[in-house]
Design a protein around this ligand. Structure first.
Ligand code: PGA
Ligand code: ZN
Length: 422
């Protein structure tokens, strides 16, 4: 049995040029892993604490040297000597050392960097790829090349991720889940390139936002959806057969004093008003999914929209649920949504993220493994998605290194499984 020999954290940069933490773990049998942690911009207020230095003289206060020190000076002492295949026990130990409900003492970024590196080195020391290891350990999925998650491509970036004027944060194209992953990926890239041409022809800006999607200035959010439709109509793909549309409204980023103001509607709306707007939008575009249609505190309107659309549309809780099992259980009891976005850094350990997937599956909810808007070339989330069998992955546009590293890892896994099952 291999035991952890060293744990070492350092500060690196993420895709927005902000510091983040990277932790390297070695075992006494010379198995190693390196895990880096992403960071959100439109973060939910119930997320675990991302520890920042707040020293204005370094990286505008965004440094993570305190989190690094917490790993190197505190956490490492407990983790060295442990069997890395004991994920749940090590995660529990990390929760106990921190001792706070929201991981504010050591920082969820510090804790997750260790939890994730433990998962990867546990896999390596078991002689398994990380996705195989997660599959064997938790029994939530049997990976097969025909059963990889369906990618959700974010082709237009608005809200806090775009430089343009759109209020909605993300405009998605989603290949039919009947397609293989590689077919879905080539559909995504075809539409990404066609959309660029549509934007150039319309003289709308086509610079990219934080997740690699275009960030145009348009008259309304509905216009952005229309441009996606136009790109699809100019392609070989049939809308609502080969490819579907989706949105991340990220409504918690729009709400002010309980009201939502969007460029599509003259007056500011309350929760029911925005829900009715989205219900109408769905009549026109037959959306496959709507993420965070309403504010993270507006349970009543969530239940209202889920009552209306829940049988046809995935209503995805991101800021609403923050990968937190207690909030997920609240959503289940209130019938507030039917799908869960899973971002391990919202909660801070791998085993807690896995238990959210497990609970969601038990209740028949759809699951989506997700990157963050600030990310690194880390590809762990691809293995996580396959290993625990999420239905979808959301890794941004099929462009920019930190996004394609994850899609490329899924391509590798698909090929690997094909050759293994051949
Ligand atoms: P974030 O956005 O990483 O900035 O929180 C992603 C999302 O809202 O899905
Ligand atoms: Zn979101």
């Amino acid at each position: 049995m291999a035991l952890v020999k060293s744990v070492y954290a350092r500060e690196i940069l993420d895709s927005r040029g902000n510091p983040t933490i990277e932790t390297t773990i070695w075992t006494d049998s010379d198995h190693g892993s390196v895990a880096s942690i992403p960071s959100g911009a439109s973060t939910g207020k119930f997320e675990a604490v991302e520890l920042r230095d707040n020293d204005i003289h370094r990286f505008g206060g965004m440094g993570v040297l305190k989190a690094v020190e917490n790993v190197n000076q505190i956490i490492s002492k407990y983790v060295i000597g442990q069997d890395p295949t004991k994920q749940n026990a090590i995660d529990q130990m990390l929760l106990d050392i921190d001792g706070t409900p929201n991981k504010s003492k050591l920082g969820a970024n510090a804790i997750l960097s260790v939890s994730q590196a433990i998962c990867e080195v546990g896999a390596a020391s078991s002689g398994l790829a990380t996705f195989e290891y997660l599959s064997q350990k938790y029994g939530l999925n049997k990976p097969s090349p025909l059963n990889l998650p369906t990618p959700i491509f974010n082709l237009i970036n608005g809200g806090k991720h775009g430089a343009g004027n759109l209020e909605f944060q993300e405009f998605h194209v989603i290949p039919s889940s009947r397609k293989t992953f590689s077919e879905g990926l080539s559909l995504g890239t075809d539409l990404y390139h066609l959309l660029k041409q549509v934007l150039i022809d319309k003289k709308a800006i086509h610079s990219v936002g934080d997740e690699g999607g275009y960030a145009p200035n348009l008259f309304s959010n509905t216009d952005a959806i229309e441009l996606l439709v136009e790109a699809i109509e100019g392609s070989q793909y049939k809308i609502n057969a080969d490819v579907f549309l989706g949105l991340d409204v990220a409504a918690s980023s729009i709400v002010k004093g309980g009201k939502y103001k969007i460029s599509d509607v003259k007056e500011a709306m309350d929760g029911k008003g925005l829900a009715d707007f989205l219900i109408d939008l769905n009549k026109k575009y037959n959306l496959l999914s709507i993420e965070d249609p309403l504010d993270q505190d507006d349970w009543e309107s969530w239940t209202y929209i889920n009552g209306d659309l829940g049988k046809q549309v995935m209503l995805v809780g991101d800021d609403l649920l923050v990968t937190n099992k207690t909030r997920l259980q609240e959503a289940i009891s209130k019938n507030a949504c039917n799908a869960v976005l899973v971002k391990p850094n919202q909660i801070g350990t791998i085993s807690e993220a896995v238990s959210v997937v497990k609970t969601a599956k038990l209740h028949g909810m759809s699951t989506i493994a997700s990157h963050r808007s600030g990310d690194t070339d880390e590809d762990f989330m691809a293995d996580f998605a396959v290993g625990v069998g999420t239905d979808f992955v959301k890794f941004g546009a099929p462009g920019r290194g930190e996004r394609v590293s994850k899609y490329n890892r899924l391509l590798f896994i698909e090929e690997y499984l094909k050759s293994k099952n051949a």
